[in-house]
Design a protein around this ligand. Sequence first.
Ligand code: F6R
Length: 612
Amino acid sequence: MCGVVGYIGNREVSGVLVDGLKRLEYRGYDSCGVAIIDEGQPKIFRSVGRIGTLEEKIRQTNPTNGSVKCGIGHTRWATHGRPSEINSHPHRDCTGRFYVAHNGIIENYLYLKHRLMAEGHVFATETDTEVLPHLIEAYYEGDLEGAVRRALEDVEGVYGIVVVSSEGDGRQIVAARNGPPLVVGMGSGENFVASDVPALLPYTRSVVFLQDGQIAVVSSDSVQIKNSQGECMRQPPETINWTAEMAEKEGYAHFMLKEIHEQPRAIRDTLRGRIGADDTVTVGRELGKADFLAGVERLQIVGMGTSLHAAQVGKFMIESLARVPVEVDNASEFRYRDPIITPKSLVIGISQSGETADTLAAMKEAREKGARLLSICNVVGSQAARQSDAVLYTHAGPEIGVASTKAFITQLTALYLLALELAQLRRTLPQHEIQRHVRELRDVPDQIRKILDGSQSIAQLAERFWQYSDFLYLGRGINCPIAMEGALKLKEISYIHAEGYAAGEMKHGPIALIDAEMPVVVLAPRDTVYRKTMGNVEEVKVRDGIVIAVATEGDCEIGQKADHTVYIPEAGSFVNPILTTIPLQLFAYHIAVLRECDVDKPRNLAKSVTVE
Ligand code: F6R
C-alpha cells in the first residue's frame, strides 16, 4: 500500500521519480506527488488519480536547473484522509523546508497533531503523515538525520519514509523503515530509494534492503545505513537477478495477461535446482537445515487472499503425500485466536510480496509461541523472508498486476515440492511414487502452454457472459480452494459478484440462488470426487442454472451435461488444481476487459497490503 521513491544524482530528477512511481503504481493509485530540491529550492507537484496526470503537470514547468538533483515521490492508497490533491504526499512542514513521503500508518497521529497545534504548527491536510514534517521542523537543529530520528521516537505505528529538506545544501535523502519495506539502490554518482525493487531495475540491481529500525542517509556518492542508536552498519549490497524487462508489459495489453502467459516459465524456474537427476526432490537441502523438516509433527499455514487459497491447496498435498496434519488459517484471524503452537509445529507463511501486514503479524505470533518459521515467498529480501528460519522462494519474477496469477501458480508448485520433500523424509511414499509425482510436475509447463494456446475459446466464453452480474464457482476437495480463487479473480478485477463454494455446500444454501440468470462455474476434472461433482452439475441443470464446466480432455459425459465446457489436459490429482486455475484466470481477465475495467489496477485495491 503506497509506494515511495527517492533519487539523488545528475539525472533529470522528476523523470526518474515519475518513472519510479509508474513502476510502483500497483502499490496504490488514488493520488501521487513529488517534491524536488533544486539548488536549495523546493518544488512540489501533486495530483489526484494516475501518475500520467502528475507527469503532465510537471511537463508544463521546467522543474530543475541545478547540477546535483534530489527529490522524493509517492503514489498513494488512502488510509487517513480521502484521495485529494491536498492529502497527496509528499507532505511539508509550516515553513516549507521539510518534505516527507510515507508508506504506513502513524497510529498516534491525533495526539501528536494536537500537541503540535498547541505549539503553533498549522496543519493543511487530513492525513496521519503530516505530523512527520512538523515534528522534523520542531526538532531540526541543523541536522536532518538527527531531526528525523527524534521525530520517529515520538511516533507509534509503521512507516517506510523518505525525507528531503531545502535546509543545508539540500543534497541528502533520509530514509527510515519500521514495517513497510524500503530498498536503497546503489548507483555510480547517484543513489535511489524505493518501496520495491521494480522501481530501481532500469538504473541498478545493486541494492540494500533496509531493516526495521534502520535509517539510511543517502547522498549522490554515499549511502550510510545506521541502526536505531545511530551507529553505522556494514551491510553489503545484494544483487537482484530480476531484469528491467521483467517488469515491462512486453507487448501484452496488460501485466495480468503477460503474467498469465509467463506461468509455464515461472513454474520451470520454481522447479529449477529442486529436482535431482533421479527425479527426487532436493528442497530439504536448500532449506539449509537437515533436521528442519524431519521432526515436524504439525504444520500450520497462514496467508491472505490468493496466498490463503494456495495454503488450502497445500493442505491437501501435504496431508495426503506426507501424512502430517496441516491447519490453514487466514492470517488476520490466526493472530487473534490464541492458536495452539508447540515446538514441534512448523508454521508456514505464504506471501507473494512477503510484506502483507497480517501474514507478518501471524508469523510473529507463531514465533513468540515457539514455532519454527518457513516462508513461501516471491520477493527476495522481503520481511517475511527475513523473519523466517528458512525460505522457499517462488521464482515467479516480479508480479505487477494487482490480481495475483503467476505467484499463485508458483506457490502451488512450491507446496507440491514441499509435500514431496516431507514425504521423502517421512518415508510415507515409496521412491517410485515420488518419481512419478516429479514427472507429473515436470509436465505442467507444457500442459499450461496447451491451455493458453486454446485460450480463444475462453475469450469467446467471456463474450457470452460479461454482462451477467452474479456467478457461483463450485469445486470439491483440492479444487474447492480453486473455486474460491476463481471467484476472487472475477470479483476483484471485473467487480462482478462471485462466490466460491465447496460443491457439497451447494444444497445447504447457495442452491437457492440458482436460476437462469446465475452461471455456475463447476470444476470437474476426472478425479476421485468427479462423480459427486457431476451430481452438482445435474442439480444446477434441473433448476435452469447455466453450467460452465472445467473438465478433463476427452470427458464426453460432462460435455453433454454442461452448457459450456473448457478442457484441461489429463493430469494427476495434485496437478489438476494448477491446471483448473488457468481457464479461471483467463475468464476473469477477458470479462474485465470487456467491461472496460482497469485490469491491472482494480478500484480500491493495492498490490501489497502493508497495514492491518
Ligand atoms: C488477489 C491478491 C490478494 C493477495 C493478498 C496477499 O489476487 O493478489 O488477495 O493474494 O493480498 O498478498 P501476498 O501474497 O503478497 O501476501
